[in-house]
Ligand binder design. Structure first.
Ligand SMILES: Cc1cc2nc3c(=O)[nH]c(=O)nc-3n(C[C@H](O)[C@H](O)[C@H](O)COP(=O)(O)O)c2cc1C
Ligand SMILES: [Fe+2]
Ligand SMILES: [Fe+2]
Length: 399
């Protein structure tokens, strides 16, 4: 039996869990799966908000039918056209041919492009309202959180924000969807990783959306991925505010290194010892060959300090470190304290290029980058230690 519980009077959660997919957008690991959320409002006008990935359409349509018991859907609100949410629009339209699709002009361009649907449309603009009967929805545009057509819908009587991808997280919805009824611990790291990878490039547009949301009295946040946020809604908004300003959450350092034969790794140990010797407790070390970039990016959003180590590889930087640098640059991460180190055997290049990365990003370079030739002897180990100390001292100066 589906849908025993409502979010508010006659508002049903009809989302689905994806426990099969290994990679979100076919490249981001999903160790805890992902939920595609959709919400059904029973009012004079029966209204569905967003749909789900087409791979789960059968489960989804059954959930909807369990609530509707033969009634038809009047409105489908399309807040976001990415296929993880728009994927079931075609099937819904077949099953409920009279439904009107509510979106903005950009939504409708995409709707036509993806589904060839260009009739029975109800266009909304910034601040427009739509009466469902007892309830009214107001629409606010949120371009680039995460695509250009994204908008959010605010329900004014129970003060619910249907926020599309904003405030979403990786991780399935297990048992209950309401934050107060579950242990939400597992979501915080995954919410940051989701933000860092999916929305992280769009800090400024996210700030714009947050400014609009700040003018609303929001009591419940219904995003398209993960739990419904009621008890923890302020925490969730605060986190999004921090991340979209590229402000670190706490004191600490990420050391991301690549190493083929262990020399760059030895320097990593030296640098880490230097940091902890200064009393900095949060030192997170990632071997880029073992950990997917998305987890490293997530911790780069979390901590203020970042130190990158790479061997010289064919006259350049180790490939997996290059990939990490690209991911960081692509997201325009701001205001990090940064340093680097590297190793080589005949003509060093990695350390120089990693040093130049500070300028590329407009970051402060902390301490003296360390470049090691061949085996790591005591002198270089000491330099690595001192580099770590310099980072530790710099962080302490910010306390
Ligand atoms: C495929 C390959 C390419 C390399 N290219 C260079 C290079 O262009 N210049 C250089 O000085 N050393 C080069 N090296 C040597 C490494 O940079 C050097 O051995 C370094 O200490 C390796 O660090 P690691 O022990 O952390 O892997 C290369 C090594 C390998 C395996
Ligand atoms: Fe999206
Ligand atoms: Fe999404």
């Amino acid at each position: 039996m589906y849908n025993r519980k409502t979010i508010a009077d006659n508002i049903f959660y009809v989302g689905v869990n994806d426990r099969q997919k290994n990679l979100f957008e076919n490249y981001l690991p999903l160790p805890g799966g992902v939920a595609y959320n959709s919400y059904l409002i029973i009012d004079e006008k029966i209204t569905l908000i967003d749909t789900v990935d087409a791979s789960l359409a059968d489960v989804y349509l059954a959930k909807i039918e369990a609530v509707l018991q033969g009634r038809a859907i009047d409105y489908l609100i399309v807040n976001h056209m990415e296929p993880d949410h728009a994927g079931s629009i075609g099937l819904l339209k077949q099953k409920y041919p009279n439904l009107q699709i509510v979106g903005n002009r950009k939504t409708f361009d995409m709707l036509n492009g993806y589904f060839g649907i260009n009739t029975q449309l109800h266009e909304v603009k910034e601040g427009d309202t739509l009466s469902l009967g007892k309830r009214t929805l107001t629409f606010y545009m949120a371009p680039m959180v995460h695509w250009p057509e994204v908008m959010v819908a605010y329900e004014n009587s129970d003060k619910i924000l249907f926020s599309a991808d904003a405030f979403g997280t990786f991780g399935t919805v297990d048992g209950d969807y309401l934050d107060a009824c579950i242990n939400t611990d597992k979501y915080w790291d995954e919410m940051r990783r989701y933000y860092a990878c999916i929305v992280g490039k769009f800090g400024a547009p996210t700030q714009n959306a947050l400014k609009k949301i700040a003018t609303l009295d929001v009591q419940i946040i219904c995003s398209t991925h993960g739990p419904v946020w009621k008890q923890e809604r302020e925490k969730v908004v605060d986190l999004y505010d921090k991340w979209s300003r590229y402000e670190a959450e706490e004191e600490g350092v990420v050391i991301a290194f690549g190493s083929m034969y262990g020399h760059t790794q030895q320097l990593t140990e030296a640098v880490a010892e230097g940091i902890t010797a200064e009393g900095i407790k949060n030192v997170v070390i990632y071997n880029v060959s073992k950990t997917d970039t998305s987890f490293i990016l997530s911790d780069i959003f979390r901590y203020k300090g970042l130190i990158i180590g790479s061997p010289t590889y064919m006259g350049g930087i180790y490939p997996l470190i290059e990939q990490l640098l690209f991911s960081i640059e692509h997201r325009g991460i701001k205001n990090r304290l940064y340093s680097c180190f590297g190793s080589f055997t005949w003509a060093g290049a990695a350390t120089k290029q990693l040093t130049a990365f500070a300028q590329t990003m407009g970051w402060e370079l902390v301490g003296t980058p360390v470049e090691n030739k061949q085996a790591v002897f005591a002198q270089k180990y000491q330099e690595g230690f001192e580099l770590g100390q310099a980072m530790g001292q710099k962080l302490k100066s910010l306390r």
